[in-house]
Design a protein around this ligand. Structure first.
Ligand code: PAF
Length: 307
């Protein structure tokens, strides 16, 4: 979609830059840093919601300049996934980002990011092999490749990702560490609708009935702190509770597990901080959600909504 390279945002706000050229984006970033300003980047695939906007706020709190990237990355979608159907709302997204005072939007085309003949890819770190890696074998290769490319084009001081995609956040954090990238990675809390549903660009696929059934994910996750709070340490037992809760509401469960929150390794007992992770289909829509729980049962899910 064609869009003005600079959009005026009213009297008090400076104009937002919109760039699609990787070289110009790199120069812009380096220029800010040469001026002594910290640059924060929020990589997204667009169709922005309050979850993304909270990442922008987190970047803004720590950096003088904020860049948001908008690119629906084809290489992270499997052959039968929703690449074509994924919501694309660039004009609206840019309006939201202008209102938030974002300094620059990087919205490249597929050809800008993957020029003809480009064939180099990134082998993701070990934490990518489990869960999502089993269900979506090419997904994290695509994510790592695009995020590395974005961080080459925008060598930001800080990059903000959402905890909603918990495994993705670990994969990116480990890749950045393993490849000695200079960017610091921040993992920011999940934003939820008032009824608890985790915000996601894919929620627009849900009809009214599916939207109600989708709440079963967060409700099943509440079983985790509840069980641990009751002194139940057996992860198998907790996983069974989660699955039994989910089954009447969802059409397919890809996984519902309680695992080590750093390595995603299976555990027999809850003897350290764990993460409850669910991936399930409501109709044709695949949703994911998670909650981190300490050995004492403390969790980010005790709050009904973090609005
Ligand atoms: O989380 C997303 O929106 C995407 O996976 C990301 C990190 C922007 C890479 O395309």
């Amino acid at each position: 979609m064609a869009i003005d390279p600079v959009i005026e945002t009213g009297d008090s706000m400076p104009a937002i830059n919109i760039l699609d050229c990787p070289k110009k984006m790199f120069r812009w970033t380096r220029q800010q840093q040469a001026n002594g300003e910290l640059v924060g980047v929020v990589p997204t695939m667009g169709a922005l919601h309050e979850g993304h906007l909270s990442l922008v706020e987190a970047a803004r709190a720590r950096c003088e300049k904020v860049v948001v990237t908008i690119f629906v990355n084809p290489t992270q979608f499997g052959p039968n996934e929703d690449y074509e159907r994924y919501p694309r709302t660039l004009q609206k997204d840019v309006g939201l980002l202008s209102d938030l005072g974002v300094d620059c939007v990087f919205a490249p085309s597929k050809e800008d990011m993957y020029p003809q003949g480009s064939s180099t890819t990134v082998a993701p770190p070990a934490v990518a092999t489990k869960l999502e890696g089993e269900c979506r074998p090419e997904h994290f290769g695509g994510v790592c490749t695009i995020v590395l490319k974005l961080l080459q084009i925008i060598p930001a001081d800080l990059a903000c990702f959402g905890q909603k995609d918990f495994q993705q956040a670990l994969v990116i954090r480990n890749m950045v560490r393993d490849l000695n990238l200079p960017t610091q990675v921040a993992i920011c809390p999940i934003k939820r609708e008032p009824d608890g549903l985790a915000m996601s660009s894919r929620n627009v696929y849900l009809d009214a009935g599916e939207r109600k059934r989708a709440l079963s994910l967060v409700q099943a996750l509440r079983q985790v702190p509840e069980a641990i709070g009751q002194g139940i340490k057996d992860t198998g037992l907790i996983e069974t509770r989660m699955k039994e809760f989910l089954r009447p509401f969802v059409d397919r469960i890809d996984y519902a597990v309680v695992v080590d929150s750093e390595t995603l390794e299976c555990l027999e007992a809850v003897d350290r901080t764990v993460v409850g992770l669910i991936a399930a289909y409501i109709g044709k829509t695949r949703l994911i959600d998670n909650c981190v729980v300490s050995v004492a049962g403390e969790t980010d899910l005790l709050i009904e909504s973090n609005h």
